[in-house]
Write a protein that binds this ligand. Structure first.
Ligand SMILES: O=c1nc[nH]c2c1ncn2[C@H]1C[C@H](O)[C@@H](COP(=O)(O)OP(=O)(O)OP(=O)(O)O)O1
Ligand SMILES: [Mg+2]
Length: 198
């Protein structure tokens, strides 16, 4: 099977990518498989910048084609926060649980019609002899008042997907792949994937 290497240590993200890439005939490998010790500091101020940092560092090290994903949640009532800081919103080393708790607390007094949010995902593709390429995808939704669902990762249990009438964490991996920010970003390069991932 062909392989796609993702510069991530997030196992939930890796599962999302399996649902996206398996239909294209790609097996997904992550940093846990190819470079367990690799740490890339996310010093960028945009999703694109951080995705490029992660992709280029790994492509340089392995001298092969890789993908990186930098993603997060933008909440309108919080002026776009947590945004690029989504993974460390409750502090460095804090959990998905702590991050969700912080969001729910901050939105406790925000009305239902003002709870709009979107997941954003920048994908960077880097490799030897190519200019790094980025694509961007989003997924619109609403922040719920409580957690629901056990699938997915990160903020999925508090993100309601209006078009499906379900929480993101209630979707099967394939259903999430069809509508997610990550799936939408990858769709933009789907035709080129067989060439890009040599
Ligand atoms: O589909 C998603 N469903 C729920 N939450 C999500 C999703 N996509 C991103 N998120 C949240 C999780 C984390 O708080 C942040 C990503 O941070 P981000 O730096 O890109 O990933 P990460 O540090 O977990 O793994 P890594 O950098 O090794 O790829 O946004
Ligand atoms: Mg990260």
């Amino acid at each position: 099977m062909k392989q796609v290497i993702i510069a991530t240590k997030n196992k939930g993200k890796a599962k999302d990518f399996e649902a996206i890439f398996n239909p294209y005939g790609f097996e997904v490998l992550t940093l846990h498989d190819v470079a367990e010790d690799m740490e890339v500091e996310e010093t960028g101020t945009t999703f694109e910048e951080n995705a490029i940092l992660k992709a280029e560092a790994l492509a340089e090290r392995l001298q092969t084609f890789v993908i990186a994903d930098d993603s997060g949640l933008e909440i309108d009532a919080l002026n776009g926060a947590p945004g690029v800081y989504s993974a460390r919103y409750a502090g460095l080393g804090k959990s998905d649980e702590a991050n969700m708790e912080k969001v729910l607390t901050e939105l406790a007094h925000v009305d239902d019609n003002k709870r709009m949010a979107r997941f954003c995902c920048a994908i960077a593709l880097a490799g030897p002899g190519m200019e790094t390429k980025t694509v961007f995808g989003t997924c619109e939704g609403l922040i719920a008042h409580d957690r629901k669902g056990t699938n997915g990762f990160g903020y999925d249990p508090i993100f309601f997907v209006p078009e499906l009438g379900k929480m993101m964490a209630e979707l099967q991996p394939i259903e999430k792949a069809a509508i997610s920010h990550r799936g939408n970003a990858i769709k933009k390069i789907s035709e080129e994937l067989p060439n890009l991932l040599r």
